[in-house]
Design a protein around this ligand. Sequence first.
Ligand SMILES: C[S@@+](CC[C@H](N)C(=O)[O-])C[C@H]1O[C@@H](n2cnc3c(N)ncnc32)[C@H](O)[C@@H]1O
Length: 236
Amino acid sequence: MSASSCPGWLLDEVASAGRENLDAEHVARYDGKEDAGAVAEVALLQHLGLVAESVVVEIGTGTGQFALAVAPVCARVVTVDVSPVMLELLRAKTTTTAAGNVEVVQAGFLTHEHHGEPADVVYTRYALHHLPDAWKAIALVRMRRMLRTGGLLRLWDVVYDFAADQAAERLEAWCATGGEVVEGEWSRAEYEEHVRDEHSTFTWLLEPMITRADFTIETAEHSEDGIFAKYVLRAV
Ligand SMILES: C[S@@+](CC[C@H](N)C(=O)[O-])C[C@H]1O[C@@H](n2cnc3c(N)ncnc32)[C@H](O)[C@@H]1O
């Protein structure tokens, strides 16, 4: 969907992309503070069936740690992000490091149109929480449509695995793990901003959205503090 053809009711995904993801200073220090565990993620996907012929779509790719790691072992990687600042850095990286099969698309969960062979894998890490819940449900359906039946959605995000009446205690405990500076680590102020201004939801709201979008939950890993969730989802 081009910007000019977007209906007036559609969420503005750039406005909801997260203040920091549009900030050149944050983007420049991102790789120094966040290790996306891309090598292990690629190994997991290979174990689950990713092969040299596979088509991978990553949404909310950021600086492209996963996309650049998966590119050498698959046929095509389509990387999608709404932030022009993130994409500028990613484009610079692809010219020097990518295997020549990485396509960079400025779009979002709600606007990206997948073309060509259906995806074998859709990958998204720490990005879906930028959408309010109703839009998450729509994004899940859109990702399902990008995939072939039997394909995989790897979804990793900040998702709260506790009851609503535990929120104050659990969220305060998470924010208290933040540091004081933003270089090389995540600060308390950044965690507070995430909780306050972004749209992380509860596992008990997200999981019914996942199954309703025609995925089966093959694995669900919830961190002990109830803050992070990693899913392997199969398109049925
Ligand atoms: C915290 S970063 C995560 C980057 C990368 N996936 C990682 O794990 O390191 C979140 C990314 O999601 C992008 N994003 C936010 N809202 C989005 C949307 N609606 N559609 C696509 N990308 C979005 C941001 O621009 C940012 O690059």
